[in-house]
Ligand binder design. Structure first.
Ligand SMILES: Cc1cc2nc3c(=O)[nH]c(=O)nc-3n(C[C@H](O)[C@H](O)[C@H](O)COP(=O)(O)OP(=O)(O)OC[C@H]3O[C@@H](n4cnc5c(N)ncnc54)[C@H](O)[C@@H]3O)c2cc1C
Ligand code: FES
Length: 323
């Protein structure tokens, strides 16, 4: 039986807030981690941020990094003016008495994200948020399977922390996949990642959550797709009860589709965080349509990723088939 418990926040606390950049450092390849601090009304609004929700970042006033810091294939595209805010999740949020801190984990792959790399300590950045619906934890769940594909890591990392804080008795295992070791958006030594399910991925180990890692080329963890690894693992679990299990996934659409399929075949609840190009992020421009099934009918309707999602119940989504 599918549970519909996605976290629907109150719209009362969202707005445009300025955060101060605490640090902004390159992890490896295109991956950067920016620590931010919100104070005042921003701190109160983002204290209620739930994993899977997102923000719209304004980079319109930021300049480009020095020419030698821009990959050659992006040099022309990078010069485009950035009028629209861009959507990002947070990988970590910590609410304190006077300020709320957040980590933006991002990949510099285009004009807006390249501009983010120029920020340093004490710079200011404007965020619209918290936006959309986050992951929910339905009652009675005892096992959470966290499925990550590449840059889908931020909301799932955020969820791992919440599960440990708010559901300490719930068992969790992360299944993390990427094309190659270079495309794993984490810090650490990838040659130390084992082929087993263990604590070798520090981003999840710090919450006591073991992880299985696959890469398409076998350069870290086991060779293959993470969804095949998950399917194999589920097939071995004869003592686990599907109604007590839930799968959370974020990553490329083909991975989400495969995850949704294997969850449906085994009657396991599954929530997926979808990505769409977003114009406004608040339900006005209609640019972020997600085709969804109407319950009890063969009809489909279009929902908005920014407002009805980005987290959806996997069974309701009609995935775009590629290739
Ligand atoms: C809800 C949500 C949460 C996100 N969270 C993060 C995050 O935590 N970290 C992160 O690095 N990125 C995240 N993204 C993706 C991020 O919004 C894009 O990478 C960013 O907008 C790229 O802007 P750009 O100007 O740098 O590059 P662009 O030139 O706009 O894009 C560069 C490339 O990325 C593709 N792309 C851009 N945006 C999207 C999108 N929304 N969906 C699919 N493909 C896209 C483009 O087709 C292009 O190939 C998120 C997207 C959404 C919708
Ligand atoms: S991004 Fe404008 S309606 Fe969703």
């Amino acid at each position: 039986m599918q549970s519909s418990i996605i976290h629907h926040p109150s719209s009362m606390n969202k707005g445009a807030f300025t955060a101060t950049v605490v640090s902004n450092r390159r992890l490896h390849e295109c991956f950067w981690s920016m620590d931010l601090a919100f104070t005042g009304a921003g701190a109160r609004a983002f204290a209620g941020f739930r994993p899977g929700q997102f923000v719209q970042v304004d980079v319109s006033s930021l300049g480009l990094p020095a020419e030698h810091m821009i990959p050659p294939y992006l040099r022309d595209a990078a010069k485009r003016n950035i009028l629209l805010r861009r959507p990002f999740s947070f990988a970590d949020v910590t609410a304190g008495p006077d300020k709320t801190t957040a980590e933006l984990l991002y990949c510099a792959l285009g004009p807006a994200s390249l501009r983010l790399t120029t920020l340093t300590g004490d710079d200011a950045l404007s965020f619209l948020g918290p936006l959309g619906n986050g992951f929910g934890v339905p009652q009675g769940k005892k096992l959470a399977l966290l499925v990550v594909g590449g840059m889908g890591a931020p909301p799932i990392r955020c969820l791992a922390k919440l599960l440990r804080a708010e559901h300490p008795d719930m068992e969790a295992i992360a299944f993390v996949g990427a094309k190659t070791a270079d495309l794993l958006p984490f810090e650490g030594r990838f040659d130390e990642i084992s082929e087993g399910i263990d604590l070798s991925l520090p981003a999840f180990a710090r919450f006591g959550i073991p992880s299985a890692v696959t890469t398409d080329d076998g350069s870290a963890g086991r060779r293959g797709f993470i969804t095949d690894r998950l399917a194999h693992w589920l097939d071995e679990q004869h003592d686990r009860s599907p109604p007590e299990t839930i799968i959370y996934a974020c990553g490329p659409e083909a991975m989400l589709a495969a995850t949704a399929r294997l969850a449906a075949q085994r009657n396991i609840d599954c929530q997926v965080s979808m990505e769409r190009r977003m114009g406004c992020g608040i339900g006005v421009c209609q640019s972020c349509a997600v085709e969804c099934r109407v319950e009890g009918s063969t009809e489909t309707i279009y929902k908005l990723c920014c407002q009805d999602g980005p987290v959806f119940n996997a069974r309701s989504v009609v995935f775009v088939e590629h290739g």
